[in-house]
Design a protein around this ligand. Structure first.
Ligand code: LMR
Length: 397
């Protein structure tokens, strides 16, 4: 047994973290995995989360099983955070399950799509997060790509995207990034969201919105404007939410899958499938992250503290974008780096080739994934000049 298994190549994102850890250079810089970092390069636990954890531990009287759907209060609060007032009006048609992070939500969503229609095709943006295709594809569903990003303009390739969406058959699933598109940092404008949503509705396409960065782009409300535009117009959609980044609970694997169905009866059936899928894969989600987030969201003071910590993180990322653009422009005034400040969230694509990415790593000890994505939060006041020198050093003419 197992002798036939070959050693696999490293994961495109997690492999960068492993390689970075092995590097003994003291001035190495990790711009790989998407985690928020402070000026010292640490990924802190937000104070609001710490406080909620302390309260939870003091109040917890049992660690008995919760159930496959997880923490129901957490599920409701997260859906309300994402959908706002729509959460209430769609409640009867919504089936929600707590998941093992946003990844678990994507995977259970894929399993349910497959259970309903094994021939369904899931269309993902080109490019998309490096784990989307493996994660959704390992359910057995077929995946295809739709145009999304124009590397020449560093903006959304909207016309080609719409041409493709107009060609898809009814019931095709379209995976959309709710905000802070990973890896490009380029989001649809509100006007574009309306056009996309109306096309999805008219053509009977099924949106699957991946919301991993609510609050990381502009703010908690603005970042879900597109999602709500979709939710108002389509009869059914899937929503995968991750709490990893905005609540800083990465390793607690905290997420939600909400499926809004065409009728309450269908939602009731979906809930049974969600629970059975979870039970057959891992039985139940871990409790801690969800219990902490639910407690935080229920407490006005903790919630306000969390929102202010989130605002600080976003302000810092925006200022780092401006700082890096300024330092790059100073070194290469013949190049336009304003895209860095136009893009949103943690990520942007450098647009450099694999040889340049290898040179960044081997010569400059600056680590980025194979698609040339940078995590802007890995830049700091301390390393920004080194990062800018390294990037222009591999850029070519
Ligand atoms: C990322 O894109 O780097 C994060 O979402 C972490 C991950 O699991 O890939």
């Amino acid at each position: 047994m197992f002798g036939n298994l070959e050693t696999l190549p490293a994961d495109p994102i997690l492999g960068v973290t492993a390689a970075f850890r092995r590097d003994t250079a003291t001035d190495k810089v990790d711009l790989g995995v998407g985690v928020y970092r402070d000026d010292l390069g640490n990924t802190p636990v937000p104070s609001a989360i710490r406080e909620a954890e302390r309260e939870l531990l003091a109040a917890q009287t049992s660690k008995t099983y919760v159930g496959p759907a997880g923490n129901v209060e957490f599920n409701e609060r997260i859906v309300a955070l994402a959908l706002g007032p729509l959460a209430e009006s769609l409640k009867e048609r919504t089936a929600t399950i707590q998941t093992v992070g946003g990844c678990g939500a994507l995977r259970i969503g894929a399993e349910l799509i497959r259970a309903s229609n094994p021939r369904a095709v899931v269309h993902v943006s080109d490019p998309t997060w490096a784990n989307h295709e493996p994660l959704v594809g390992s359910s057995g569903l077929t995946l295809q790509r739709y145009p999304y990003y124009d590397p020449a303009t560093r903006q959304v390739a909207f016309e080609p995207m719409m041409e493709q969406l107009e060609r898809l058959p009814a019931e095709a699933v379209v995976l959309l990034h709710g905000c802070c598109h990973n890896p490009t940092g380029v989001d649809l404008s509100p006007t574009q969201w309306v056009i996309v949503a109306e096309t999805l509705a008219r053509r009977g396409l099924v949106p699957f919105v991946d919301l991993a960065y609510q609050g990381f782009g502009d703010d908690l409300e603005a970042d879900v404007a597109g999602l709500r535009i979709v939710a108002e117009r389509v009869p059914q959609f899937l929503l995968a939410v991750s709490c990893s980044k905005n609540f800083g609970v990465y390793r607690e694997r905290t997420g939600v899958l909400a499926i809004v169905a065409e009728s309450p009866a269908v939602a009731t059936a979906i809930a049974t499938h969600q629970a059975r899928t979870a039970r057959r894969m891992y039985s139940m989600p871990p409790d801690h992250g969800a219990a902490v987030v639910a407690r935080l969201l229920a407490d006005e003071r903790l919630r306000a503290l969390w929102e202010s910590e989130l605002r600080d993180m976003v302000a810092r990322m925006k200022s780092l974008r401006a700082l890096l653009a300024e330092r790059l422009e100073a070194r290469r005034p013949d190049h336009d780096f304003s895209w860095l400040t136009r893009q949103r969230g943690m990520f942007s694509l450098l647009g450099i080739d694999p040889a340049a990415i290898a040179e960044l790593r081997d010569r400059h000890h600056v680590y980025v994934p194979p698609d040339g994505r940078i995590n802007i939060a890995g830049v700091s006041e301390v390393n920004v000049d080194r990062v800018a020198d390294s990037i222009v050093g591999v850029m070519g003419s």
